[in-house]
Design a protein around this ligand. Structure first.
Ligand code: PMP
Length: 461
């Protein structure tokens, strides 16, 4: 085997990458022509690529590197655990200390009576667990016909058959026969795109009441659960109108269904509290976690389950589990990450320093002629690009054309900012300083200016 290292010329690395590596969510033939950007190292909030460029990572990887890159303590925790016990399972009446300690810590951090953890290797797997948990719960409760899970269009809950079925991404459903049976989708609370002439609060109420209507239409005896992200992340950082969650909470309290809150992005400080559930005062029966649980340093996720659900599930064997459920090295890394989040008071830093400053800067972008609205909660933010901000007019080019052009300018300006259709989104490491946020803002303005000029030159507005 030839030795492939960081020191090889970029073009050679790109050619080898194109020859053998299939990238997720990518048209690989197109990427092969262009060549992938090769990231070689990272520290704090900054990535370095194979050309030596330093890039501000305003996406924290894939919404996950909450504590920032390059924390040796996590490397040490992984090495220590690998030497002591690199692997053992938690099937067949055995357990190990990292899984015990992490479950205990999560029970302490999670609100209410969410005291039990079923581990997975990421968010998709955890949501697959959730499908089985809620259906099994109702079966054991003597109501086996309660199998339907209600989700929302443009939600993201993962990429496995279960996760993608729960998600409401049409493009994903179209590839491979999804959704699987008994998963249905109501409309999302996306006022900017779908609110028409309604005011946001009226619209939020109307969208929340679709849950009630769907339960009535199906019959309460058929519905197992409702699943939602407190703020849709991959859907474009869609912050629901203030009226939305209180109405959903009312409906869930009145109806005999379970609530699954997918905190894969919103968990571990992202919204300025430990969980989005606390930011929106939700009462979940199950919470999905991943990403920020280990700040992306090791693949781990899980379902944090209430006393009520865990008691019922535990009555008999739950025929479900992953080889890597509670993987000791991943669990040790996650524990060290949680220690850092707690001891360095990173959630307080988000609430008191980083989020208010990012919000101040982010909302200044709303003055740009290209920007129709800016939204932000904690350290997750989005802005809508528009052809005419006075009427929230979309571009005539297919959705995403303009967003992609702006994203390309960000890339050229060494800023990782993502586009979802024609919405630009950021979700930076929580440890960002004010100085980092100033750099983010300057590069965002430059990229918007350049993108605006190019879009006009191309006759797209
Ligand atoms: N749920 C949400 C809300 C997510 O954002 C994601 C990932 N972006 C997932 C689930 C899936 O997690 P994973 O990619 O770790 O399987």
């Amino acid at each position: 085997m030839n030795k492939i290292t960081n020191h090889m010329p970029t073009a050679e690395l790109q050619a080898l990458d194109a020859a053998h590596h299939m990238h997720p969510f990518t048209a690989n033939a197109e990427l092969a022509k262009k060549g992938a950007r090769v990231i070689t190292r990272a520290s704090g909030v900054t990535l370095t690529d194979s050309e030596g460029e330093e890039i501000l990572d305003a996406m924290a990887g894939l919404w996950c590197v909450n504590i920032g890159y390059g924390r040796d303590e996590l490397a040490e925790a992984a090495a220590r655990q690998m030497r002591e016990l690199p692997y053992y399972n938690t099937f067949f009446m055995s357990t190990h200390v990292p899984a015990i300690a992490l479950a205990d810590k999560l029970a302490e951090l999670a609100p209410g009576d969410l005291n039990h953890v079923f581990f997975a290797s990421g968010g998709s797997e955890a949501n697959d667990t959730n499908i089985r948990l809620v259906r099994r719960y109702w079966e054991l409760m003597g109501q086996p016909e309660k199998t339907v899970i209600i989700s929302r269009k443009n939600a993201y809950h993962g990429t496995t058959m279960g996760g993608a079925s729960l998600g409401g991404m049409q493009g994903m459903h179209a590839q491979g026969g999804m959704p699987i049976p008994d998963i249905v989708h109501i409309n999302q609370p996306h006022w900017y795109l779908e609110g028409g002439d309604m005011d946001p609060e009226e619209f939020g109420l109307a969208r929340a009441r679709e849950l009630e209507q769907k339960i009535d239409e199906l019959g309460e005896g058929r519905v197992a659960a409702f699943i939602a992200e407190p703020i849709q992340g991959a859907g474009g950082v869609i912050v629901p109108p203030d009226s939305y969650w209180p109405e959903i909470t009312r409906i869930c309290a009145e109806r005999d269904i379970l609530l699954i809150v997918d905190e894969v992005i919103t968990g571990f400080g992202r919204t300025g509290k430990w969980f989005g559930t606390q930011t929106y005062d939700l009462k979940p029966d199950i919470m999905t976690v991943a990403k920020g649980l280990s700040s992306g340093y090791a693949p781990i996720g899980g379902s944090i389950v209430s006393d009520k659900v865990a008691e019922v599930i535990g009555r008999e064997e739950f025929a479900h589990g992953y080889t890597y459920s509670g993987h000791p090295v991943a669990a040790a890394v996650a524990l060290e990450n949680l220690r850092i989040l707690e001891e360095e008071k990173i959630v307080d830093h988000v609430r008191d320093v980083a989020a208010p400053y990012l919000a101040e800067k982010w909302h200044q972008l709303a003055d740009h002629p290209f920007v129709g609205e800016t939204k932000i909660v904690g350290m997750m933010a989005s802005l809508a690009l528009t052809a005419d901000k006075s009427v929230r007019k979309p571009f005539e080019a297919p959705a995403g054309t303009v967003g992609y052009m702006v994203r390309e300018r960000c890339f050229a300006n060494n800023l990782i900012m993502r586009h979802v259709g024609d919405r630009m989104v950021v979700s930076p490491p929580l440890v960002m300083t004010k100085a980092d946020i100033d750099v983010l803002y300057e590069r965002a303005v430059k990229s918007l200016d350049e993108g605006y000029a190019r879009v006009k030159d191309a006759g797209l507005m």
